[in-house]
Design a protein around this ligand. Structure first.
Ligand SMILES: NC(=O)N[C@@H](O)C(=O)O
Ligand code: NI
Length: 171
């Protein structure tokens, strides 16, 4: 029996901390983490994600990904992961985007879970979390990305026997 031998549409779920907890952190202004700073002029939403993991002796870098929107229905044919480092995406164009993550099933990604990420949310993938490459929606969108300046050693990909499909998200 192939892992998935019938093309199916994946449900698009709202992104919550709880639903994403085994894959990474949701970076959003959590009132419980807020502390007033700068003489009360600024609300600091403190330590919203696990500390960045990059694996020595690599460098931690900040990049901007300018991502073209995906066309729908979109076929998820593969997933990737970064064994040695976390990777975070924070939207800076005010646009929502999609993410897809999978549990690890014997070293391969299981059925993806798809989440709609709101413009006020970012995500931080834990090291070795199966995820699909960045998926922008509707317009070219910029994202601040914090990850490891690394060689291909920090990249693993796996292809599904049969693609999964995502319909156009209703925003
Ligand atoms: N390749 C790259 O830097 N980006 C991917 O890892 C991704 O998750 O989009
Ligand atoms: Ni990645």
């Amino acid at each position: 029996m192939k892992a998935n031998d019938v093309t199916e549409y994946l449900e698009i779920l709202p992104l919550t901390k709880e639903a994403f907890a085994s894959f990474g952190d949701v970076i959003e202004a959590d009132p419980a983490s807020m502390r007033l700073i700068n003489g009360g002029t600024t609300e600091r939403y403190h330590a919203l994600a696990e500390p960045v993991v990059i694996g020595e002796p690599e460098r931690l870098i900040f990049s901007i990904f300018r991502s073209k929107p995906r066309q729908f229905p979109y076929a998820i044919t593969m997933m990737e992961r970064h064994p040695f480092a976390s990777q975070s995406f924070s939207p800076i164009s005010g646009q929502p985007f999609l993410i897809a993550v999978s549990d690890d099933e014997g070293g391969r990604p299981g059925k993806p879970q798809v989440f709609l990420v709101q413009p006020h949310q970012g995500v931080n993938y834990f090291p070795n979390s199966w995820h699909h490459p960045l998926m922008a929606i509707g317009v070219v969108s910029d994202f601040l990305v914090v990850d490891r300046d690394s060689t291909s050693a920090n990249y693993e990909e796996a292809f599904f026997d049969t693609p999964y499909l995502i319909a156009e998200p209703s925003l």
